[in-house]
Ligand binder design. Structure first.
Ligand code: C2O
Length: 365
């Protein structure tokens, strides 16, 4: 049977799985969403007239950057217990990744098994849905039906540094809503991310770091992602343990560049590598969402490569797996992996460089 998320507003417990230093946790481990007494509806596809075009964060226009800042500020201004607040949105990640939910509705008595949407084939679809709602909520907060998220384009040399708009602590005397104090300050200063970061700085000159990053992307989308499960991660269904055993395995992007960027941005001097270095706290850094927007784009690019073997999973245990989110109207909706595969239907896409869509294409490691 597929993994089925319970009603997140009634069946939710304090998180803490994977948080080694709980006593010193900087962020809260109480990650359950607020209950508005709503019943879960099934998801329906958006009927927007325009497609939201996500834009490369290093090359945004002033208008795009201003709108994005205003939307994040509006989110930060909401009271924490509002389902659209900055804190509520951050806690979604914590609850789904650190043991907030159990597989109680799976129908075969798995009440004791936690849900973990990482380390398996749930990774890409879960995060796609998470950002889908996050983007629509931000748009609603600033009354912009075309609002689209930026993406941290770390697969192209110009996009590899952490985007400038995230760096200053203040803007015109006010706090920068894109700034987060719990980041590795040395990395932010040096700027070019290491997609192979494993916890120690390699100190490569920029040119070498860029070449290394391009090789990493090539490796993950082509060499190590040659078939469905090596790209998505291994099977994970009802009754399976949340930890990495049995058929579970981590997909090429999740294991590689995805995790490297988390660790590179997070501060290993903090008790639990907050914010980006731990699942429970990652959502508190606005950089999380632009990083995941590019991770989501990797799924799109992988399919656009049109190599044989680059096909979405077709097993019903994948297609019918489902999650529950608050949507932009504060309705509780159930979404399925099967509805996550088409960007056309979800009414968003990514602005690509038409001349060179795969700048790493010739970077065979
Ligand atoms: Cu849900 Cu990048 O982790």
């Amino acid at each position: 049977d597929p993994i089925k998320t319970p009603d997140i507003t009634s069946i939710c417990k304090e998180a803490g799985a994977g948080v080694n230093n709980k006593e010193k946790a900087i962020r809260s481990l109480k990650c359950c969403p607020p209950s508005l007494g709503k019943t879960i509806k099934d998801f329906v596809f958006p009927t927007d007239k325009k497609v939201r075009m996500r834009w490369p964060a290093h090359a945004g226009t002033k208008e795009q950057v201003d709108k994005y800042r205003a939307a994040i500020q509006a989110m930060r201004d909401l009271p924490d217990d509002h389902p659209h607040s900055f804190v509520s949105q951050a806690k979604i990640h914590c609850a789904y990744c650190n043991g907030g939910y159990t597989q109680v509705e799976s129908g075969i008595g798995n009440g004791d098994k936690d849900i973990q949407i990482h380390n398996s084939w749930l990774f890409f679809p879960f995060h796609r849905w998470y950002l889908y709602f996050y983007e629509r909520i931000l748009g609603k907060l600033i009354n912009d039906p075309d609002f689209a998220l930026p993406f941290w384009k770390w697969d192209e040399p110009a996009g590899m540094p952490i985007p400038e708009m995230f760096v200053p602590e203040t803007i015109a005397g006010k706090p920068n809503p894109l700034y987060d104090v719990y980041r590795n300050a040395d990395h932010i200063k040096d700027r070019i991310v290491d997609l192979d970061y494993g916890g120690t700085d390699r100190g490569l000159p920029n040119e070498k770091q860029i070449e290394s990053n391009l090789c990493t992307v090539y490796r993950e989308l082509v060499r190590n992602g040659a078939d469905t499960l090596s790209f998505f991660g291994g099977k994970y269904a009802a009754g399976n343990d949340p930890v990495l055993i049995g058929d579970k395995s981590i997909g090429s992007v999740e294991r590689g560049s995805h995790t490297a960027v988390h660790r590179w941005v997070g501060d290993s001097k903090n008790p639990n590598d907050e914010d980006m270095g731990n699942f429970y706290s990652a959502g508190y850094d606005p950089a999380f969402y632009i990083h995941h927007s590019n991770v989501d784009r990797m799924w799109k690019l992988w399919k656009d490569l049109r190599l044989s073997g680059h096909v979405d999973p077709t097993e019903t245990d994948w297609l019918d797996a489902s999650y529950v989110f608050y949507d932009e109207n504060e309705d509780l909706v159930r979404v399925y992996n099967r509805d996550s595969v088409s960007l056309n239907k979800l009414k968003y896409n990514y602005i690509e460089n038409s001349k060179e869509m795969f700048p790493w294409r010739n970077s065979r490691p």
